[in-house]
Design a protein around this ligand. Structure first.
Ligand SMILES: *[C@@H]1O[C@H](CO)[C@@H](O)[C@H](O)[C@H]1NC(C)=O
Ligand SMILES: *[C@@H]1O[C@H](CO)[C@@H](O)[C@H](O)[C@H]1NC(C)=O
Ligand SMILES: *[C@@H]1O[C@H](CO)[C@@H](O)[C@H](O)[C@H]1NC(C)=O
Ligand SMILES: *[C@@H]1O[C@H](CO)[C@@H](O)[C@H](O)[C@H]1NC(C)=O
Ligand SMILES: *[C@@H]1O[C@H](CO)[C@@H](O)[C@H](O)[C@H]1NC(C)=O
Ligand SMILES: *[C@@H]1O[C@H](CO)[C@@H](O)[C@H](O)[C@H]1NC(C)=O
Ligand SMILES: *[C@@H]1O[C@H](CO)[C@@H](O)[C@H](O)[C@H]1NC(C)=O
Ligand SMILES: *[C@@H]1O[C@H](CO)[C@@H](O)[C@H](O)[C@H]1NC(C)=O
Ligand SMILES: [Zn+2]
Length: 515
């Protein structure tokens, strides 16, 4: 089904910023005239319309189409997305809105890999350095997480390392320290490219990522003797200005704020209409519906930039309010809860809810996250619908909120992980196929959305937003305790890469940021 974009693009370059009012619901007008009523879940849910969701998604698709096919960090497509969100929200008169700029290092690269004279498709890892090397390939023992995994003769060679257990950055740093002239990391799950980010600058060997199949084929060749390879990475590096869009309802108690949001950037490979256009527009449609109502608690929206480079926007925002960048931390304690929506309309979806109480994965959010999870569960259960827990794997923007002790939760319909038989019984769709086969690819377009899940999950967002906009019962104020990252993080990384059923719960960042 196609919907007419609700922004007319007669004079594209300018008109795209001249946001017309949302077609329906008419923002900031109570239903049927008269004074506004206090928001209720029932009425807010009624104001969520599939046409509005799809019109918003089409707008993001248009921004990508007009800007080289993506909405990546610092790009024209991302600039247009953030400016449009800013203008659309500002026009309601209901929110105070600002764009928060931040500067981060951007990298992109053209790469190539040939093995024994044959070209092998490979992927760039963000923040990887430039380099050209022709050398023999050396197999690294275990997973390359430890210096002792690297054989002595790796010096000057190209180290071949399996994904798993530790970050890409650790493997690539170890390769450089061992004297390798280059590194290849291959996947540990079938039929998936290995791409992602090293998370920041470092002392790395030039590196590319391979599928598991290509990695295994290379290992088989090594079993026959020496294999020559040429690895080439041509990277550009530049500091780019990028934006978060932050909006807060003028109404409501500003010391007891509900925050919700998702990331606005796509990967470079595609337009990112499910990841995370769906969370962006789901949040926006809910926020526009809210303008017809009165609130007790203020509602703040966080549209994060540069998530795909390592959750940079959300971390920058938290640092800007917790005293790290100056000032003091009183602002953080005003945030009573954060709800994250990163991929809510995956085509082969599960209905995933972050495991706030830790009952499924033994990794809980701050106290209050349990109630947030329960409230989401109830939404589906009262409709007779199934749901599954999703691991807080720290690979989406909620990570910064968890670190700052803010009760958190959210929804996640799945990325590259394959649907299990059991999930297919629960949700329909195809077992053995990825939950989103277009995850981080060019085909994550307007045609990559499950419309039923998109509408349902946005209604679920509305349900929770209406509840917390009226009352914080069951959710104690976070006490500002910053959670220790290292211990929990490594525990979690052990679990995630340890395999098993929790795989379905890997969020959008899986395969990207850490391992
Ligand atoms: C995006 O916005 C930034 C900051 O305003 C600007 O420096 C940059 O040139 C813009 N990029 C494009 C491609 O328009
Ligand atoms: C890997 O990415 C390329 C584009 O870079 C794509 O053509 C190919 O289908 C992807 N392979 C898998 C297994 O996802
Ligand atoms: C290993 O060498 C044998 C004999 O030359 C050849 O038949 C076989 O295809 C080679 N295997 C690989 C994986 O290159
Ligand atoms: C980016 O900005 C940082 C901080 O100002 C600076 O140290 C660094 O050299 C810049 N990097 C590039 C590639 O311009
Ligand atoms: C913290 O900053 C706020 C303004 O953001 C100010 O009103 C308050 O007095 C400061 N508190 C302390 C303890 O410095
Ligand atoms: C749950 O995690 C904690 C550490 O956070 C650990 O001490 C405990 O043994 C774990 N329990 C189970 C059942 O895995
Ligand atoms: C803050 O809350 C955490 C649990 O969320 C608790 O472990 C810690 O003791 C609390 N700290 C204070 C100072 O109350
Ligand atoms: C502020 O937030 C950042 C990002 O989550 C975190 O790393 C840091 O520890 C926090 N600092 C303080 C003082 O709360
Ligand atoms: Zn995402």
């Amino acid at each position: 089904m196609r919907f007419v974009p609700f922004i007319a693009l007669a004079a594209p370059a300018l008109a795209q910023y001249n946001a017309k009012p949302w077609p329906s619901p008419t923002p900031n007008k109570p239903e049927g005239g008269g004074p506004k009523k206090l928001v209720s879940a029932k009425e807010l849910i009624k104001a969520i319309k599939l046409d509005d969701l799809l019109a918003g998604s089409q707008q993001l698709q248009t921004f990508a189409d007009e800007n080289g096919g993506n909405r990546a960090f610092g790009s024209g497509g991302h600039n247009a997305t953030t400016e449009w969100l800013y203008q659309t929200l500002k026009k309601t008169g209901y929110y105070d809105v600002y764009k928060q700029p931040f500067v981060e290092l951007f990298t992109a690269a053209t790469i190539s890999l040939t093995v024994a004279g044959e070209v092998v498709p490979a992927e760039y890892l963000t923040y990887g350095p430039s380099g050209q090397v022709t050398a023999s390939v050396a197999k690294v023992n275990n997973l390359g997480c430890d210096a002792s995994d690297f054989p002595a003769d790796v010096t000057g060679q190209i180290a071949l390392i399996s994904r798993g257990t530790c970050t890409f950055a650790i493997k690539t740093t170890n390769a450089k320290a061992a004297g390798a002239a280059g590194a290849i990391i291959y996947n540990n799950v079938p039929l998936q490219n290995l791409s992602g980010t090293l998370g920041g600058e470092g002392d790395y060997a030039p590196v590319v990522g391979l599928t598991q199949e290509a990695g295994n084929s290379l290992l088989a060749k090594l079993g026959n003797g020496t294999v020559e390879a040429t690895l080439s990475v041509n990277a550009i590096r530049e500091n780019r200005t990028n934006y978060n869009v932050i909006a807060e309802s003028k109404q409501g108690d500003h010391n007891n704020v509900l925050m919700l949001g998702g990331h606005t950037d796509s990967v470079f490979a595609g337009p990112g209409i499910n990841d995370d256009g769906s969370g962006t527009i789901g949040t926006l449609v809910t926020a526009l519906a809210l303008t017809k109502f009165k609130l007790k608690n203020a509602v703040r929206l966080g549209f994060w930039g540069a998530e795909e480079f390592g959750k940079l926007g959300s971390f920058y925002y938290l640092k800007s309010i917790n005293g790290t960048l100056g000032g003091n931390s009183t602002e953080v304690s005003k945030l009573r809860a954060y709800l994250n929506f990163d991929m809510i309309a995956s085509p082969n979806y599960v209905l995933g809810i972050y495991d706030g109480d830790g009952s499924a994965f033994n990794f809980s959010g701050p106290t209050g996250s349990d109630t947030i999870e329960k409230d989401f569960e109830l939404f589906y259960e009262t409709r007779g619908l199934p749901h599954v827990p999703a691991l807080f794997s720290l690979r989406s923007d909620y990570a910064a909120f968890l670190e700052n002790g803010i009760p958190s939760g959210g929804l996640f319909t799945g990325a590259e992980v394959l649907k299990t038989e059991q999930e297919a019984l629960l949700f329909g769709g195809e077992a053995g196929q990825p939950l989103d086969a277009c995850y981080h690819q060019k085909c994550d377009t307007i045609d990559n959305l499950a419309h039923d899940a998109y509408l349902l999950n946005t209604q679920s967002i509305a349900n929770s937003v209406a509840k917390y906009a009226v009352s914080w019962e069951g959710i104690p104020r976070g006490n500002g305790t910053v959670r220790k990252r290292s211990a929990e993080m490594s525990l979690l990384m052990g679990r995630v890469d340890g395999g098993g059923h929790e795989h379905h719960a890997q969020p959008c960042g899986a395969g990207k940021n850490e391992m």
